[in-house]
Design a protein. Structure first.
Lengths: 115, 113
């Protein structure tokens, strides 16, 4: 069964509003979770690494003030897209890493559409 | 530059037929190679993980091979089913520099009846 859940599965919002996406680890205490973005017909692009109890690590070119990440517990990480614009419309996927091979388990994704 | 290249970009096959997807990587230092299946509008699901010492690994009708010398991998799908229609993503993991995953662009497979 699923080990990572995301909520909501899709969201439509107006330009300028903020949207929060939740990522939950269902049966594992994940000290580290990852946030990806995927545009149509492209592969996943890592946005940031979410660390429980500390600041997230952002990839080059990703604005930390625009994509706020909070990892307040071992089972929940949130991504808030602030002042969303149409170009932020994308598929956002979180994942967690576990096991000796650091196998990554991905959430089902959240489709964000900004009008 | 760390890269993962996949071919073909897309593929259409008839139900019941076999197919092979290719992956070339230049990730260094190399830790392991993964194949994921991503259904449309869903997150990727792991099919196989192989380290440099593993040449082949199977998961049901999916068989992955790895040649660490030539830095090539393949994913063979046997007796394809309609439900195999998806994007198949090859991912190489570095063993240092933050253990990053390098994603290929994926091969879009469509199985038709």
């Amino acid at each position: 069964g699923a080990v990572v859940s995301q909520h909501p599965s899709w969201v439509i919002c107006k330009s300028g509003t903020s949207v929060k996406i939740e990522c939950r680890s269902l049966d594992f205490q994940a000290t580290t979770m990852f946030w990806y973005r995927q545009f149509p017909k492209q592969s996943l692009m890592l946005m940031a690494t979410s660390n429980e109890g500390s600041k997230a690590t952002y990839e080059q070119g990703v604005e930390k003030d625009k994509f706020l990440i909070n990892h307040a517990s071992l089972t929940l990480s949130t991504l808030t897209v602030t002042s969303a614009h149409p170009e932020d419309s994308s598929f956002y996927i979180c994942s967690e890493s576990r096991g000796g091979r650091n196998e990554q388990f991905f959430g089902p994704g959240t489709r964000l559409t900004v009008l | 530059k760390n890269q993962v290249e996949q071919s073909p970009q897309s593929l259409i096959i008839l139900e019941g037929k076999n197919c092979t997807l290719q992956c070339n990587y230049t990730v260094s230092p190399f830790s392991n190679l993964r194949w994921y299946k991503q259904d449309t509008g869903r997150g990727p699901v792991s099919l196989t993980i192989m380290t440099f010492s593993e040449n082949t690994k199977s998961n049901g009708r999916y068989t992955a091979t790895l040649d660490a010398d030539t830095k090539q991998s393949s994913l063979h799908i046997t007796a394809s089913q309609l439900s195999d229609s998806a994007s198949y993503i090859c991912v190489a993991r570095q063993s240092e520099y933050g253990n990053k995953l390098v994603f290929g662009a994926g091969t879009i497979l469509r199985v038709k009846s």
